[in-house]
Design a protein around this ligand. Structure first.
Ligand code: NAD
Length: 448
């Protein structure tokens, strides 16, 4: 990778706390861009993995990037010492959702305690909060925890930024290196200046650096994800409408919306529900924030509700198509291609739901069989390959649009006697409409 040289005064020594699905790719990207990076995790296994050059999380391209980091990424469990050795510290630890829809700061505040102690030895240190937090957290509890542990004052002895990433698992590396923009919420101008100098060197495509106060940045993070969930859900609603009008095609309708420059074409592929570790919870959090300040939160709430209904509707529909005792095959258990995450993943939910309704279920995912096994009932069988999943099922749901499902030979899909039913949520394998022995039912078009 092309490595830019630091401009005069740009910090060179960075610390990344939390080497998970987001933190490890960030640390590896920063190291590959030439920074000296200390990666810190409380989990010794992740630290050992990185020391051994192994990617501790599943992310396409990460293994190669770790090799490229070439000694510039040092992993440790000693947060205080790593911060003491660095000029800038990124916090990328979990902020789990709470029952009321908000996010817990438990891990962030724990990290702040050690960060505060570590930065106590510096004339100036910048802390960058990347974890998703509720608005008000950065200038509130996070700043207070850092000040208490360091004995220093924010805006004077140290800077604090809220700078979330707008990345998608599966494409984290490209999304980090070539983002549409970098959002910098700053406690004060000096903090923003320091982070901007790091970001100019860290990103490959010279993106706009959008600077604002921390509260605006906190709201913007939730607003972006909630706007996308609303867009996805609108497209999913259109797909349902198209099914009710024989001859209508959801892809044709969505294409029109996409051509209108006020709307744009991304995330309009009417299909199954959205899932994963960010969209559902960020959407619910924005509803919670709205309600907490007396603003109606029913717009994001309706999105969340439709998203759940959509899955229940699909489960009912499949249950109505499959005869008693017939085996249901689920292709795709991760919430999106290129990821092994099954959190709120539609395929995993459907597999569990249909097994709960008494259907024999066989499922397969190119990356997420292991993660799904940990959360699915034992009655759900996990196939070792997509072809076996198809061959053993009477009805197959294509739940995640992994491109390799297109490569399953048509001879595997076709069947003698009673046709195999294929519910294709993504219209991923449209050629199946022509295959003998398949009853092809694409979501978003009338099933006749
Ligand atoms: N995964 C994504 O796509 C994504 C995208 C945008 C934002 N985020 C946000 O980023 C944050 C991290 O998400 P993730 O998916 O990487 O989480 P993760 O669970 O995959 O990883 C978090 C890591 O932090 C470590 N950790 C926890 N407490 C620690 C401490 N005190 N010191 C050192 N290490 C500690 C854990 O051991 C774990 O390895 C969350 O707030 C999440 O909402 C994630």
């Amino acid at each position: 990778m092309d490595r830019p040289q630091p401009a005069d005064g740009t910090p060179d020594r960075l610390c990344v706390v939390g080497l998970g699905k987001l933190g490890t790719p960030i640390a590896a990207c920063l190291a590959a861009r030439g920074f000296a990076v200390r990666g810190v995790d409380a989990d010794g296994d992740k630290v050992e993995d990185i020391r051994a050059g192994r990617a501790p999380v599943y992310e396409p391209g990460l293994q190669g990037l770790l090799a490229e980091a070439d000694g510039r990424l040092q992993a440790t469990t000693d947060l205080e010492a790593a911060v003491a050795d660095s000029e800038v510290t990124y916090i990328v630890v979990p902020t789990p959702s709470e029952a009321d829809g908000g996010f817990s700061l438990r891990y962030v505040l724990e990290a702040c305690d050690a960060i505060g102690r570590g930065m106590g030895r510096h004339a100036y240190h910048l802390v960058v909060l990347t974890s998703t937090v509720m608005p008000g957290s950065t200038r509130g509890p996070v700043r207070l925890a850092l000040e208490a542990a360091s004995g220093k004052t924010c805006g004077q002895d140290f800077g604090l930024c809220y700078s979330p990433e707008f990345v998608a698992l599966g494409t984290v590396i490209r999304d980090f290196l070539e983002p549409d923009f970098v959002l910098i919420g700053e406690s004060d101008a000096r903090a923003g200046d320091v982070l901007a100098s790091v970001e100019r060197r860290a990103r490959r495509n010279d993106p706009p650096l959008v600077r604002m106060g921390v509260e605006s940045a906190e709201l913007a993070k939730l607003a972006v994800n909630t706007f996308i969930t609303t867009k996805i859900t609108f497209a999913n609603m259109l797909a349902r409408l198209c099914e009710a009008f024989p001859g209508a095609d959801t892809d044709a309708v969505s294409a029109v919306l996409g051509l209108d420059s006020r709307i744009g074409g991304k995330y309009l592929r009417g299909a199954i529900s959205y899932g994963g570790p960010c969209f559902p919870r960020d959407n619910r959090a924005l509803a919670r924030v709205a309600e907490s300040v007396g603003v109606p939160g029913n717009l994001p709430e309706a999105t969340d509700q439709f998203n759940r209904w959509q899955l229940a509707w699909l489960a009912d529909r499949v249950a109505g198509l499959a005869g008693a005792g017939q085996t249901v095959g689920v292709l795709g258990l991760s919430y999106k291609p290129g990821s092994d995450v099954v959190e709120e993943a539609p395929g995993t939910w459907l597999a569990g739901e249909l097994a709960g309704r008494g259907f024999p279920v066989i499922a397969f995912d190119p990356a997420a069989n292991g993660a799904a096994a940990a959360v699915l009932p034992a009655s759900v069988e996990l196939a070792p390959a997509s072809a076996e999943c198809v061959a053993r099922a009477d009805l197959v749901i294509v739940a995640t649009p992994w491109p390799e499902f297109r490569d399953i030979p048509s001879a595997v899909w076709g069947r003698e006697r009673r046709a195999r039913v294929v519910v294709d949520c993504w219209r991923l394998v449209p050629d199946l409409a022509e295959v003998d022995g398949v009853r092809y039912l694409p979501l978003g078009r009338s099933w006749g």
